[in-house]
Structures are given as structure tokens and as C-alpha cells.
Design a binder for this molecule. Structure first.
Ligand SMILES: [Zn+2]
Length: 427
């Protein structure tokens, strides 16, 4: 995690133009909301203000005063909080009810997908999500590495990105499918197994992956339930290679056995986890593995298939809620990440609302979306909390997100790295 931090810091430093950086050092912004949510504690700090110098938070509290040269931004009725962190996005996908996943992978040119991804990046930032963990381009190669650079260089607006590049699947275990056997068609991820799996991990890291994503289970054939893909030994080798390069490993796993193998292999987070058992979640707790339930993806897919949101709840949706309940009972750290891209970018709040529906308090979800995700992804030393010394990623929302999580939909101000992207200008 430390290594990732240093790599990210170095990348950010390289990308800042010296002249701009010098200007930003001088810029002082004084933000005066009704209250501050610090990202860690389930309380609103009424009457607190925040002073930003350059790209850092310089001071936070009830007694600070605006320096004469500061630009002052009054935010009446607003709660100021850390920029939110989306734990599971796919900026290179758009909703499946617009275009099915297979058609996006097979028929959309890379340039089209990349152009669309720049729009998704802007919408995500404006929704108050200043960082995303983007878990695979789904057939768009390494385009996430380039998009991340375009954002860092100020060419297009967007969130900070942690990218997984192509992701890795076992040969034969991913789609699109349904073609003459033996004919090579574009796939949604890189196929690798056995000894070659380790080299695939290394190649992806060399090409710019901030983390490595493996699919520990998937449907081997159309209409089949998910079954494990990699052996425990394969997963261990992949994790060893990634961790030795300072990268976290994310496992897609929805079966109990796929999850068990991934946890035993030492992955850092598990995505989906629909069929997770109490035993698996207990093992995750022991090993400190985070859990991203992606409730919004299940909800969206059920609705695309005709569900109107009323009882009876489809099996896939209920499994998500059940998994979240078991994970919480076991004390597993919960990630806020919805698999956004399956549904519309900018609608990131959908996952947060479903987490509340699944039994978490609004405050628990707000903490998960800020300091929780930051710590889980190795960013906790500079993002996810409002305190002196942290990077100035801040959002202001109308109302109190600790009482009503839907307040995070009402974003009035977005600041990333000290730069104001949305909101009232100071005097
Ligand atoms: Zn996903």
C-alpha cells in the first residue's frame, strides 16, 4: 500500500505543471458551510470552517478565521465533506439497457469507448466522486491508463483514478461467447492461467495497472451458474506477483468456493460475494479482506429484466442484501462500490442508498464512501478525511448526509486537489 501511495504521489507531482503548481501554492480558499462531516466520525461539526492552501487542507475547525487574501466561499445549508470515492466503477462501460455488454465489447470502436469514458469521468467528478477505483476496461485494453493521464494533465475533467487495466480471467471462462469454437473474438478481459498468469499480472502492472483484478469465478457456459475458475495455487501466485510489485489484488467472486480460494490466496478485496457464507465472511474478517457488495449492479440488472422494484424481490437482488448482512455480522470492512457503468455514471449514490436499504446507517455508508474506501485502497494518508495536511478533495452537499444518505445527490460544490470544479465562486 505504501508503494502505491508513493507511485501515485510521484505521478501527481510529475503531472503538475510547475507554473500552475506555484500559483496553487499561493491560492487560499476559505470554505464556510453550515457543518463539516470529517469522513471518520458519525457527527456533524456545526460551525466549522475549512481553509485550503494550494492543493492541501491547511486548517479545519470552529475557530479559524479567513486570512485577508483568502477567497471566501459561503455554503449556507450545506455540509462540507471529503470528496467521495467510488469503489467499483467501469468508466468504459455504459448502461446495459442502452447497449448490451456483449455489443459494447464486440462492436464499439476503442475511440468511441474512450470518448464516452471522458464524458463519464466528468459526470462522476461533478457528482462529488473525486476518486474512482476503476475495475477493468472490459475489452477497451489499456485505455484507462491513458484516460487517467488525460485527467492528471488537466486535458479532461475527471476523478483521480486507480486503474485495473484489462483484468485477468481464466482461459475459456469469460465472454462474449457463442461463436464457432476456436474462433478468436474480442474478450472483456485478458485470458491467462498456469505459469502465464504471473506474467500477465506483471505485464498489466508494467502497462500502468495500479491494482490487479482477477476473476475467481464466472459462468463457464451460457445459463450456467458461476463456478470457480482459477485454482487456489494460481490465485496465490497472482497475488504474490502483484503484492511484490506493491499492487493490491481485487477478486471478482460470487460463489462461496471462489471467495474462499481468493481469501486463502491473500486478495485485498472481494467484489459481489452474492453466495458468500458466514464461514467465508469470517475468514475475510480474520485476514482483513474488504467487501464490495455491488448492490446497485444487481438492482439495475433485475430492472433491465423487467422487475418493477416491488415484492417479490428477485433472487439476485436478495442475495446481495443477504451477503451484506452476513459480512456486517462478521465485522468485515464494507466498501462502497456499485459496479457503476452497468447503470449510469453520475448515479453513484444509488449504491449508497441501497446499502442503507440493506441495513447500514446513513453515517456508516458516508464513512465507507470516504475514509473507509480511502483506507481500504491505500489512500488513507491523503484522502477520505477533512483534516489539516490532507489533499483538498472536498464536496458540499445540501442537507445532512449522516441523517439522509440521499443528500449526497445534492452536490453544490466539488473541489479536487484544491481546484474548484463546481460551486459558487468566492469573493
Ligand atoms: Zn465490475
Amino acid at each position: 500500500m505504501r508503494l502505491i501511495s508513493r507511485v501515485l504521489a510521484a505521478a501527481l507531482a510529475l503531472c503538475a505543471e510547475p507554473a500552475l503548481a506555484a500559483d496553487k501554492q499561493e491560492a487560499l480558499t476559505f470554505l464556510r458551510p453550515d457543518a463539516v462531516f470529517d469522513g471518520e466520525n458519525a457527527v456533524l461539526h456545526k460551525g466549522w470552517a475549512v481553509l485550503v492552501r494550494g492543493n492541501r487542507i491547511e486548517a479545519v475547525g470552529p475557530d479559524i478565521v479567513a486570512p485577508a487574501q483568502a477567497s471566501v466561499i459561503a455554503l449556507p445549508g450545506m455540509t462540507l465533506m471529503p470528496g467521495m470515492i467510488e469503489g467499483h466503477s467501469h468508466l468504459f462501460l455504459h448502461p446495459y439497457n442502452e447497449t448490451p455488454w456483449d455489443d459494447q465489447v464486440l462492436h464499439e470502436p476503442l475511440a468511441l469507448r474512450t470518448a464516452r469514458a471522458t464524458v463519464h469521468a466528468r459526470i462522476t467528478l461533478m457528482a462529488g466522486f473525486t476518486t474512482v477505483r476503476d475495475l477493468g476496461t472490459e475489452g477497451a485494453g489499456y485505455a484507462d491508463v491513458g484516460l487517467k493521464q488525460a485527467i492528471e494533465q488537466g486535458i479532461v475533467p475527471g476523478p483521480r483514478m486507480l486503474v485495473a487495466t484489462r483484468a485477468i480471467v481464466a482461459p475459456g471462462a469469460y465472454g462474449p461467447r457463442g461463436f464457432e469454437p476456436g474462433v478468436a473474438v474480442p474478450l472483456g478481459a485478458e485470458e491467462a492461467g498456469g505459469p502465464e498468469l504471473v506474467n500477465a499480472v506483471r505485464r498489466q502492472i508494467g502497462a500502468g495497472a495500479d491494482l490487479v483484478k482477477v476473476y475467481a469465478d464466472y459462468r463457464w457456459g451460457p445459463g450456467e451458474p458461476s463456478r470457480p475458475t482459477f485454482t487456489e495455487g494460481e490465485l496465490k501466485a497472482a497475488v504474490e506477483a502483484a503484492h511484490s510489485a506493491g499492487r493490491e489484488v481485487v477478486a471478482h467472486a460470487s460463489t462461496a468456493e471462489g471467495m474462499r480460494r481468493a481469501v486463502a490466496a491473500g486478495v485485498d478485496t472481494i467484489e459481489h460475494g452474492d453466495e458468500g457464507t458466514s464461514e467465508v465472511f469470517a475468514a475475510m474478517k480474520v485476514k482483513g479482506v474488504g467487501f464490495c457488495p455491488t448492490l446497485a449492479a444487481g438492482d439495475a440488472i433485475a430492472r433491465y429484466r423487467g422487475w418493477n422494484g416491488e415484492a417479490p424481490v428477485p433472487k439476485g437482488v436478495q442475495e446481495g442484501f443477504d451477503a451484506l448482512a452476513k459480512a456486517r455480522k462478521a465485522g468485515v470492512a464494507i466498501c462502497m462500490g456499485g459496479d457503476v457503468g452497468v447503470y449510469a455514471h453520475g448515479d453513484n449514490a444509488r449504491e449508497a442508498e441501497l446499502m442503507v436499504k440493506g441495513g447500514m446507517t446513513a453515517a456508516e455508508v458516508a464513512i465507507a464512501a470516504t475514509s473507509g474506501n480511502a483506507k481500504m485502497f491505500g489512500l488513507g494518508d491523503r484522502l477520505g478525511t477533512v483534516k489539516a495536511g490532507m489533499l483538498a478533495d472536498l464536496v458540499a452537499v445540501e442537507g445532512n448526509p449522516l441523517a439522509d444518505i440521499s443528500a449526497i445527490r445534492k452536490v453544490a460544490l466539488v473541489m479536487k486537489d484544491g481546484v474548484l470544479w463546481k460551486g459558487p465562486l468566492g469573493r
